[in-house]
Design a protein around this ligand. Structure first.
Ligand SMILES: NC(=O)c1ccc[n+]([C@@H]2O[C@H](COP(=O)([O-])OP(=O)(O)OC[C@H]3O[C@@H](n4cnc5c(N)ncnc54)[C@H](OP(=O)(O)O)[C@@H]3O)[C@@H](O)[C@H]2O)c1
Length: 225
């Protein structure tokens, strides 16, 4: 496939890039700092520089033109960068519409199903997949600590839901740097019971796999080891 990968220098983004190249896909990597890509990898893909906090529509349209699908590992590096997932994804989806590209898979986070946003002001109080510990201890604590970050991801999901694109938002719990196993659980529209962790490598694996699974279209997908 012809794939455009946004934020290919991040934890998940780098995994997306390596796994996509390994699988023989024709890859365009869109990154804010091209020097962060190792030389050998950057020689195997087309690299486009783009700061998604100040997106240039023409550059983004060039980056997605002719792609079969777009994958994004974009997320704020810190609370002060919160907002970039929403605005960056808005710019990416606008470029996709302009270029006639329909499929996009992005990274969100496990608590987002219960985070209010302008597009979903009254989400369910609890995710049906979360057990007692996550509902009453884990989720309230992380939501308090990462309030701005989660608001950004919830609004990013609004951007996708408001588009007529074929989107999938993957909602991982805590990310680890454990190796790729290809062995993990997924669920449509809910989290996984006792699903506390997942490796970045396995999230990337599932994002690529989702491209072959139409039942993931217009869905938020829970994932956990
Ligand atoms: N950490 C967790 O446990 C956890 C759990 C659930 C969900 N998540 C979500 O998953 C996302 C991905 O995780 P990760 O570990 O792969 O994150 P990460 O390593 O922090 O990667 C974030 C990516 O976004 C890029 N980015 C940020 N601002 C940008 C901008 N203005 N323009 C262009 N690119 C920009 C970064 O580029 P640079 O390399 O140039 O900085 C980097 O490639 C997180 O951001 C978070 O929203 C995280």
């Amino acid at each position: 496939m012809k794939l455009t990968i946004f934020a290919a220098t991040g934890g998940i983004g780098r995994q997306l890039l390596e796994q996509a190249v390994e699988a023989g896909h024709d890859v365009t990597a869109v990154v804010r700092t091209p020097q962060k890509l190792p030389g050998e990898l950057s020689r195997q893909v087309r690299v486009i520089a783009a700061d998604l906090a100040a997106p240039n529509p023409a550059v983004l349209q060039t980056a997605v033109e002719g792609a079969d699908a777009v994958l994004s590992g974009l997320g704020p590096r810190s609370n002060s960068e919160a907002g970039v997932a929403t605005e960056g994804t808005r710019a990416i989806t606008a470029a996709m519409k302009a270029a006639g590209v329909r499929r996009i898979v992005v990274v969100s986070a496990a608590p987002i199903g219960t985070v209010p946003s302008p597009g979903r002001p009254d989400p369910p109080k609890h995710d049906p997949g979360d057990g007692f510990f996550i509902r009453y201890l884990g989720a309230p604590l992380t939501k308090a600590a990462l309030r701005r970050h989660y608001a950004d991801l919830a609004q990013m999901e609004d951007v996708l839901a408001d588009s007529d694109l074929d989107w999938t938002a993957v909602r991982p719990p805590r990310l680890t740097d454990k190796p790729l196993t290809g062995s993990y659980r997924t669920a449509r529209g809910r989290n996984l019971r006792r699903g506390l962790f997942i490796s970045r490598a396995n999230v990337a694996h599932f994002m690529l796999r989702a491209l072959e699974h139409p039942e993931t279209v217009r869905q938020a997908m829970g994932i956990a080891s």
